[in-house]
Write a protein that binds this ligand. Structure first.
Ligand SMILES: Nc1nc2c(ncn2[C@@H]2O[C@H](COP(=O)(O)OP(=O)(O)OP(=O)(O)O)[C@@H](O)[C@H]2O)c(=O)[nH]1
Ligand SMILES: [Mg+2]
Length: 364
């Protein structure tokens, strides 16, 4: 009787057990350390890549510098003189009547077949139930020009208020962009970057050509769940504002923060300003663009704001950097920067209650 520990053989057993335990402990820790180091690799590679690229000044960063908003660096012949940072003042109230032309808008990707638009149909149908709309506004579907008639027919059958608009004339037409091998940010597809460029700067001419005064973007993964008692177009128009947002969030894309934030600050510093506006205001503005970016999968805006020559010039300067492709600057930070620079808080409204009643995998 008695325990094994009392027997010499038992002690050997205990020693072996201990040895085994120690070996298991060492092995588990080694695997842990290995996994930890492997996990860090992509991050370190990215940081090394970025700091290396900043140091060596590759084409992408050269582009960024060459197109920094120094007036003589790249004179925009079609543009007026140096844009002015507007003094902050509320817009005058606009009379609302049936001649104000409004539309919901969505950029859609061609589905595999005509049954693949269920999310869009659901999203679009819900808009008509969610808002107290004063008229039957059209819902414009922008597409790359590749929608077969059968697809259009299936969408129209479920949503007769849809109007299709082919945007192949501008889609991805930044023909001077550096080749993909020189892009620093490759975490999203080229199509995604075309989409960002379209929403950031190309959509406005199309909306204007369609005779629209106001648009409200609602992506096909946005579902409004409850009804509210206002018409978002009327609200924006009567407020004399330029832009209405649903929710805001921090821009989490590291390369955008690293490159766009200083670019916006430099651009802001270059603008003609009232003497009362200190340089620090530009740093604050650039910081704010990243920290409180408008989450623009849902927003409403006047088309006229984006056709202002100063705003157009700002967007044009951004386009010249090719940074939408190289650094994956998104349409949300670009739009936020344009609004903060040229509209200011007084011409912006939050769309009431929208963030509480909206569901999507994206809305922050
Ligand atoms: N035609 C077309 N539309 C696109 C393309 N990529 C995105 N879109 C549309 O643009 C909108 C936004 O695209 P998302 O891929 O959801 O972009 P996002 O909301 O910034 O990113 P996520 O966080 O991934 O949702 C959606 O309505 C898509 O249908 C594209 O390559 N072609
Ligand atoms: Mg999305």
């Amino acid at each position: 009787m008695g325990s094994d520990n009392g027997h010499p053989f038992g002690r050997v057993m205990v020693t072996r057990k201990l040895e085994r335990l120690v070996m298991i402990f060492v092995a588990v820790n080694s695997i842990g350390i290995y996994v930890y180091l492997r996990g860090r690799e992509p991050c370190e590679q990215m940081i090394r890549g970025l700091s290396g690229s900043l140091g060596r000044n590759p084409p992408a960063v050269r582009n960024l510098r060459a197109t920094a908003p120094v007036p003589d660096a790249r004179p925009c012949t079609a543009c007026p003189g140096r844009p002015k940072l507007p003094t902050r003042q509320a817009g005058a109230a606009r009379p609302w009547n049936s001649s104000v032309r409004c539309a919901f808008i969505t950029l859609l990707q061609k589905g595999h077949d005509e049954t693949r638009y269920a999310a869009f149909l659901e999203s679009s149908g819900r808009l008509r139930l969610a808002f107290a709309l004063e008229r039957e506004y059209p819902h414009v579907v922008f597409h790359e020009g590749n929608f077969p008639e059968a697809h259009k027919g299936a969408i129209r059958a479920g949503a007769p208020w849809v109007v299709f608009r082919d945007v192949s004339d501008v889609w991805g037409n930044d023909l001077d962009r550096p080749p993909a091998s020189e892009w620093n940010a490759t975490d999203r597809s080229e199509g995604y970057k075309h989409m960002c460029r379209f929403y950031a700067m190309q959509m406005w001419d199309h909306a204007h050509a369609m005779g629209l005064d106001m648009v409200m973007r609602v992506d096909d993964d946005i579902f409004i769940l409850r009804a509210v008692d206002y018409d978002p177009f009327r609200m924006l128009w009567e407020a004399g504002a330029d832009y209405a947002w649903g929710s805001s969030t921090r821009e989490s894309h590291f390369q955008t923060e690293l490159t766009f934030k200083p670019w916006v600050r430099t651009y802001c510093l270059w603008l003609e300003r009232d003497a009362s506006v200190p340089d620090a205001a530009c740093a604050d503005l650039a910081h704010d663009v990243i920290e409180r970016m408008y989450f623009n999968n849902v927003f409403a805006t006047t088309v006229g704001f984006w056709r202002d020559p100063y705003v157009k010039r700002f967007l044009h300067e951004i386009d010249l950097t090719h940074a939408i492709y190289v650094h994956r600057w998104g349409d949300a930070p670009i739009q936020t920067a344009a609004i903060r620079l040229f509209a200011g808080e007084l011409r912006v409204r939050q769309i009431p209650k929208l963030s509480e009643i909206t569901r999507t995998r994206d809305v922050p």
